[in-house]
Design a protein. Structure first.
Length: 889
């Protein structure tokens, strides 16, 4: 027995001895990791902090007041649109509803009046909540949000941005009072639908002054800034209502309202009374202007840190991205329309109007109307300058009267066979195919030609001329790495699906696209396979911050090889001269290339054509592709190209020259061949490469040497003097760690102790030692904040449990009352329903009154959350004049 006890004690002792070594190992690994991080990013971090201090020095009150109008200029510097608010909504702090101030602080930043711009407690609480409860909580203060959205205008998620934000926030608190900062925030926070600030939002959503808002409407507005699109009262009323009630409950928790007020206010409807007459910013009646604002909005998103994405690992990540995109697009568009920017464009309204007139003239004999009153068939057209990639003109429909949709950028439809050059043929040319290469038109599962039967052996050129589906599909099948899908994403096709569209069937144009995407992709062939992002902007200038946020550099991106691009153009020229695109040939220019396309069941018709100077993509179809186009309607896209192209050849004074041929290609009739190039690096190339490597190695050696000797070289300290400074820091650290925090009241004294250690470390000049101490101090700070957060979390958990219990009791009581009212009304509903049936059956004179009573009861039931179906009244007539009526539900 005694031996067993002794053995047990020895095992326990051995385990206890292991723990200090385990902890020491973890600590060393942590220090090593942080040290490595500092070595890699320390210089960048120091610069970021310095930038933050520099940025904050020039801030002034006027930076937070309404901007001047956003003005858009054409290619010649002529003003074509001024976007401005009809009246200023900036409200001084003395005129702001006191409940807005209290409510914002209670919901967004409880410690607003305590912290100095950055709330470390809130940050640590957020970390603890994420780690322990898998629940994300915000750690940014109102001041930080103001810096991010108004000063930096940067939504990116990276350390540098966050660090700069924290530095500026702290400097902002030194420069302005809490009341000023609150005033700035309340007047500048984005509230959705182009509304910045609570005054603008109150006017938009309720047609009221912010100081007259009831507590339920005020709570609704307080809940919007967290996610203006997600909690949009107009498009998502249910989510907005739930959010409002949550905010009301927080008000109750914080003691801002009584329990009775909470219960009463949470039962009220949203009470929206939208006032849309707020901005003079309508650009829907001008396609070119609409496209410019669209482009400017996306550039503003990018300048704020948003990254455009076109390739996704799965549909969920795609859906998540578009949710973020829509929210950020709405915010950026609101910012743009709110004023403060100068937008310079490539718009030439004479050319734009002429292109629109030519397109409309082509379609003028088609006067049919859809169910919603829009002309059918519809059209979109995009014209691109091949040299610059600039969009010359866009046509988004047949008229902007009662039809504001710009189909050139938002009208997604299937491109049909115009996808073949992008998906099947250009990649095939890159793999070694030539226009004269032999391919086989034969049966293959799930793919059929537009004509009956198969032609057997044929050439690549003939297959494209006659748009043979089986050949295109087989060529795409050979691309086992799906390079065509990668090419489409690089050319910014925005609606590709990661699973469905990563398929050889894309060669037949089953994915969705716009004429702008197709025109810019085809235009790449004219530049030797180099893609340029399509745009009609030259620059955007931020007048408030005196800087350009965008300048169009026409950056090129390699997609296809020069050889493949030329072969593609050469083969598409045969489509115009000998194939299905003959009717698109230009009478005043012979060097034209293009491709026809129709989607399944001829619901969409496409044509993309080009000369060396320009590319045009045209679409014809219906917004809801429920009916097939007639044979004449299918040719409209080519007819429009012919009219547009002949005008542009004259307008652009295009020289009668063929597309530029690479020196590596030889043309013999309709056959093309490639001259192989075997270039080898010269001796000078090798020397330059080796010398570059040598210089890099020497620079690294010098950096390493300076890293540990800078206290001598730069600060002229002896080794003894330096080590004495380091010993002081180490002694202070040892003293700190020997007395750990045991209760929350010790937090301030321990924080002060840490600050003294930082001051001592500032005197250390040996960089490696300073970095080591910094990492230790950083770790001690984290542990201190974590301890405080844990102490506070214990208190908060008790409060939350109590509040949650009260909330559940209130909600249960409310649900019982609601259900009781529904139960009370249902017998009335059934009785009145029978009366309506009888009244219609007997054709009583008061049948309409009876029906209205039923509708009133139904609405009342639904207002309490009950579910009753709509009532449908049917009247049956026979061959005589007699009639009978019946009602059903």
């Amino acid at each position: 027995m005694r031996k067993r006890e002794t053995g047990l004690r020895e095992r326990v002792t051995r385990k206890r001895r292991k723990w200090p070594w385990v902890l020491l190992t973890i600590l060393l690994l942590l220090i090593l990791s942080v040290g490595t991080f500092w070595l890699k990013y320390g210089y960048e971090i120091r610069n970021t902090i310095a930038d933050g201090y520099s940025y904050s020095q020039g801030l002034k009150v006027s930076d937070f007041h309404p901007s001047n109008s956003t003005v858009i200029y054409d290619r010649n510097g002529k003003e074509i649109k001024k976007l401005s608010r009809s009246s200023s909504n900036y409200t001084p702090i003395k005129d702001i509803n006191p409940d807005i101030k209290k409510g914002l602080v209670a919901v967004e930043d409880q410690r607003f009046y305590i912290h100095h711009g950055v709330d470390m407690y809130a940050i640590m609480r957020s970390i603890v909540s994420t780690l322990l409860h898998r629940r994300t909580e915000g750690g940014s203060t109102l001041t930080q949000q103001l810096v991010k959205n108004v000063i930096l205008q940067d939504q990116s998620q990276n350390l540098n941005r966050k660090l700069k934000e924290m530095v500026i926030a702290q400097q902002l608190e030194k420069k302005f009072s809490k009341q000023q900062i609150l005033e700035f925030y309340i007047n500048n926070v984005y509230m959705g639908h182009g509304s910045y600030g609570f005054s603008a939002a109150a006017d938009y959503y309720f047609s009221e002054d912010q100081k007259d808002l009831s507590i339920d409407k005020l709570a609704l507005l307080v809940g919007i800034p967290n996610s203006p699109l997600y909690y949009d009262p107009v498009s998502a009323p249910k989510r907005s209502l739930n959010r409002r009630n949550t905010i009301l409950y927080v008000f109750y928790q914080r003691g801002l309202i009584s329990k009775r007020t909470y219960e009463t206010a949470s039962k009220r409807p949203l009470g929206l009374k939208v006032n849309k007459r707020k901005y003079d910013n309508d650009v829907s009646n001008n396609y070119a202007l609409n496209y410019a604002v669209y482009n400017a909005t996306e550039e503003l998103m990018k300048s704020s840190g948003f990254t455009m994405e076109y390739a996704f690992k799965d549909n969920q990540s795609r859906n998540d991205y578009f949710a973020r995109y829509r929210q950020e697009f709405e915010r950026a568009r609101g910012k743009l329309l709110d004023g403060g920017y100068t937008i310079n464009t490539t718009i030439d309204m004479d050319v734009q109007n002429k292109i629109e007139n030519l397109v409309n003239k082509t379609y003028q004999s088609y006067t049919g109307r859809s169910a919603n009153g829009k002309l059918t068939p519809q059209v979109s057209s995009t014209v691109i300058d091949n040299k610059t990639g600039d969009v010359i003109a866009v046509v988004g429909g047949r008229t902007t009267q009662d039809d504001q949709m710009n189909r050139a950028i938002n009208g997604y439809s299937q491109p049909g066979s115009t996808a073949k050059p992008l998906v099947a043929y250009a990649p095939a040319f890159e793999r070694g195919y030539l226009p004269q290469s032999t391919v086989v038109d034969s049966a293959i599962a799930n793919v059929h030609n537009w004509y009956s039967g198969y032609t057997g052996k044929t050439t690549v050129r003939h297959a494209l001329e006659n748009s043979i589906n089986t050949v295109a599909y087989k060529l795409a099948l050979q691309d086992t790495s799906y390079s065509f899908y990668d090419d489409l994403t690089k050319m910014e096709f925005a609606r590709l699906r990661p699973t469905e569209d990563k398929n050889a069937i894309d060669a037949l144009g089953t994915f969705s696209t716009t004429t702008t995407e197709m025109a810019s992709a085809y235009s790449s062939f004219s530049r030797g396979g180099q893609f340029i992002h399509p745009s009609n902007l030259t620059s955007i200038y931020d007048n408030d911050n005196n800087r350009y946020i965008y300048q169009n550099t026409h950056m090129k991106k390699d997609i296809y090889t020069k050889n493949a691009s030329y072969m593609m153009i050469n083969t598409m020229q045969s489509v115009i001269s000998d194939g299905l695109g003959k009717s698109a040939a230009l009478d005043n220019y012979k060097y034209t290339a293009g491709k026809t396309g129709t989607s399944d069941n001829n619901k969409d018709s496409y044509f993309v054509g080009m000369t060396p100077d320009f590319t045009i993509a045209n679409w014809t179809g219906n917004d809801v592709p429920s009916t097939s186009l007639t044979s004449n309607e299918q040719t409209l896209s080519m007819q429009a190209f012919k009219a547009e192209g002949e005008y542009l050849v004259d307008q652009m004074k295009e020289k009668e020259e063929n597309f530029k041929k690479p020196n590596t290609i030889t043309v013999s009739g309709s056959n093309l061949s490639v001259n192989q190039s075997n270039e080898k690096p010269t001796i000078q190339d090798v020397i330059d490469t080796d010398f570059s490597k040598y210089i890099s190695a020497q620079e690294q050696k010098n950096t390493d040497r300076l890293y540990n000797l800078d206290y001598r070289i730069i600060y002229h300290l002896s080794k003894k003097e330096e080590y004495k400074r380091e010993d002081k820091v180490q002694s202070a650290i040892d003293k700190y760690t020997d007395n750990p925090i045991t209760k929350e009241s010790q937090y301030d004294s321990k924080l002060s102790e840490l600050q003294k250690i930082r001051y001592l470390n500032a005197n250390v000049k040996r960089q490696s030692a300073k970095n080591d101490f910094n990492q230790q101090i950083l770790q001690m700070q984290k542990e201190l904040n974590l301890s405080q957060a844990m102490f506070q979390a214990a208190k908060d958990n008790k409060k939350i449990a109590k509040y949650q219990s009260e909330k559940e009791a209130i909600e249960t009581q409310r649900e019982q009352k609601r259900q009781a009212m529904v139960d009370k009304l249902m017998p009335q509903y059934n009785s009145q329903l029978q009366k309506v049936k009888d009244a219609y059956k007997n054709n009583d004179s008061d049948k309409e009154n009876q029906k209205q009573k039923l509708v009133d009861i139904m609405n009342e039931i639904r207002s309490y959350g009950g579910n009753v179906p709509d009532v449908k009244i049917t009247v049956n007539s026979n061959s005589s004049s007699d009639s009978s009526s019946s009602s059903s539900n």
